[in-house]
Design a protein around this ligand. Structure first.
Ligand code: GRG
Length: 300
């Protein structure tokens, strides 16, 4: 398969500019909610850093569809809110039971389980407020489709469903098909929503939406393969979350099923396929093409 080449694109400056835009929008997204403890717990996790990959994918897809990325900012924030709430809930003792996230103690370690659950709930519902009430200049039929996409990605057909199968699979023999099911739902569904929602806001036609679907499937699985590899090969200091957890929890991972080298090769193939889906748009798709590479080359 020929590789799509990205010429003359300064990805480092693109990433840092987009990240700054997102950080400001995230900061502004939290109003003076009461009580104070809820506000604090929401801010603690939402403004804790992170790569901000999901909102950046959303903005890039909006621009690729011909839209103005400013109009997709509330939705980009919504996607990061859903991602952040899923991390808060995932870290709870009844789920992954972790005490380190984004280089800081997890939400429940600081605020207790009850407030952590409620802060997650408040971020999830605020996400839908961002799209439906706080978006400006986007036709309401597009916003309605975005709300639908977010519901599918977050709920039983997406993150929640994937998480349930993941929890049920701990300590069990898991085949490649089940592993892909888990990751396409736990991780892939939200990444797909990022590009689909951004593109919908930008007014994308069916052919682009379809191509972005293929792109998202590829980067979603590749993202997770790299996550599995980093869990095995990196440190908690670099990752900002507890390394080596998969072995401790006796989780099936890509390296466990395929070996390290073959896993890396699989991730590279998936990214190549993802990028190829966008070849008809390659000139305007430079940010999305570079983001796909970033997913496999990242160290955290
Ligand atoms: C969404 C309603 C609802 C409930 C949540 C707990 C749960 C249900 C799902 C778990 C989803 C989960 C934690 C998936 C893992 C996704 C993943 C690979 C996270 C790491 O993402 P990065 O590396 O993290 O982008 P940063 O910190 O950079 O944002």
């Amino acid at each position: 398969m020929p590789e799509v080449l990205i010429s003359s694109f300064d990805f480092t400056s693109y990433l840092s500019k987009s990240k700054k835009l997102v950080e400001v929008a995230l900061e502004e997204s939290l109003g003076p909610e009461k009580p104070e403890i809820l506000r604090e717990a929401m801010r603690y996790s939402l403004l804790a850093g992170g790569k901000r990959l999901r909102p950046i994918l959303c903005l890039a897809a909006c621009e690729l569809a011909g839209g103005n990325s400013e109009s997709a900012l509330p939705t980009a924030v919504a996607l990061e809110m859903i991602h952040t709430m899923s991390l808060i809930h995932d870290d709870l003792p009844s789920m992954d039971n972790d005490d380190l996230r984004r280089g800081m103690p997890t939400n429940h370690k600081v605020y207790g389980d009850a407030i952590a659950i409620l802060a997650g709930d408040a971020l999830l519902t605020r996400a839908f407020e961002m799209v439906s009430i706080r978006s400006t200049g986007v036709p309401s039929d597009r916003l309605l489709r975005v709300v639908g996409e977010l519901s599918l990605a977050a709920g039983a057909p997406g993150l929640v469903g994937g998480q349930v199968v993941d929890l049920q699979s701990e300590g069990e023999e898991v085949d490649l098909e089940t592993l892909e099911y888990i990751h396409l739902h736990k991780t892939g569904a939200l990444l797909k929503a990022c590009v689909t929602c951004g593109a919908l806001i930008g007014g994308a036609k069916e052919d682009l939406l379809e191509a972005l679907n293929t792109y998202a499937r590829g980067i979603g699985l590749a993202f997770q393969i790299i996550d599995d590899i980093l869990d095995l090969t990196s440190s908690s200091e670099v990752l900002g979350k507890t390394a080596g957890k998969d072995l401790i929890a006796d989780k099936t991972t890509y390296p466990k099923l395929l070996g390290l080298e073959a896993s890396k090769t699989r991730a590279d193939e998936l990214v190549k396929k993802a990028k190829n889906a966008l070849s008809p748009w390659s000139e305007n798709a430079k940010p999305l093409l570079a983001l796909a590479d970033y997913i496999t080359n990242r160290d955290r």
